[in-house]
Design a protein around this ligand. Structure first.
Ligand code: ADP
Ligand code: ADP
Length: 232
């Protein structure tokens, strides 16, 4: 993310909000990066911009040195589906589908073959300890289980990067620890790259690096060794 600026305009008025102010952030393959900062500092906007969900006013969003801004809407949608995974605070599972069907959805959309889907589903359900609830519906399982299913769905197609927006925001602390342990396993055992927005210090403690943002710009970074870099 290079020098990215995002300005929101309120339609029919002159009010403008600079949500991202020439922000640059580089995430290397295999990193687990946390983004912290006060409410309104631009965290969700940053994830949406990096995930190609919103258009930016200036700057560049690059994935594997490819500028995603040069893609058409269709190409971006396809790119997101093939190379990115998303996890949100409110799980976003489909109520009409079982846990297993929810997890399988990305593979079904990609028209993968039935037997392959079955194998991948079984493996990932085991990895997240949700085999026992595979035939239940989202409303019949706990918040922690719903979130584990949502994470399984987000990584089943092996995305190059997983974006998570307050993934522990709606679950209790014990379930939060389980979720964060899952993220850590994805990162360490599967080599997954994760970018996570969080308010939760416990969740942030699992990251390799934490970026602090304020008023749409990065003001400091903390790495695993405790080295702090200040940008002011
Ligand atoms: P644009 O891209 O044209 O700047 P958006 O699609 O981002 O506009 O937003 C559409 C409208 O939604 C805006 O006009 C704004 O009034 C409103 N809106 C949505 N979310 C927020 C928010 N968090 N704060 C203020 N206004 C918001
Ligand atoms: P955070 O995730 O850190 O709480 P956001 O990225 O949601 O911050 O918001 C950054 C700023 O942009 C805030 O001032 C917010 O009100 C504003 N904002 C967010 N979305 C919109 C929108 N769709 N339209 C107008 N303003 C918005």
């Amino acid at each position: 993310c290079k020098n990215v600026t995002k300005i929101y305009g309120v339609k029919g008025s002159d009010n403008k909000t600079i949500a991202l102010d020439k922000l640059s952030l580089e995430v290397q393959s295999g990193e687990f990066v946390g983004i912290m900062g006060p409410s309104g500092s631009g965290k969700s906007t940053l994830l949406s911009a990096m995930g190609g969900i919103i258009n930016i006013n200036s700057g560049e969003i690059l994935l594997n040195n490819k500028n995603i801004e040069n893609l058409s809407q269709n190409e971006i949608a396809l790119f997101r589906r093939n190379h990115m995974g998303f996890v949100f605070q409110d799980f976003n599972l489909m109520d009409g589908l079982t846990i297993k069907e929810n997890v399988a959805l990305p593979l079904i959309l990609n028209k993968e073959e039935g037997k392959k889907i079955e194998n991948k589903i079984n493996e990932i359900m085991k990895f997240f300890s949700i085999e026992d609830i595979k035939d239940k519906y989202p409303w019949n399982v706990s918040g922690g289980q719903q979130q584990r299913a949502a994470i399984a769905r987000a990584i089943i197609h092996k995305p190059q990067i997983l974006f998570a927006d307050e993934p522990t925001g709606n679950i209790d602390s014990k379930a939060s620890e389980e979720i964060m342990t899952s993220f850590k396993h994805i990162n360490e055992e599967k080599g997954g790259t994760i970018l996570m927005v969080t308010h939760d210090p416990l969740a942030a403690s699992y990251c390799n690096r934490i970026t602090f943002i304020r008023d749409g710009t990065i003001f400091s970074e903390l790495d695993r060794k405790g080295d702090q870099k200040s940008f002011y």
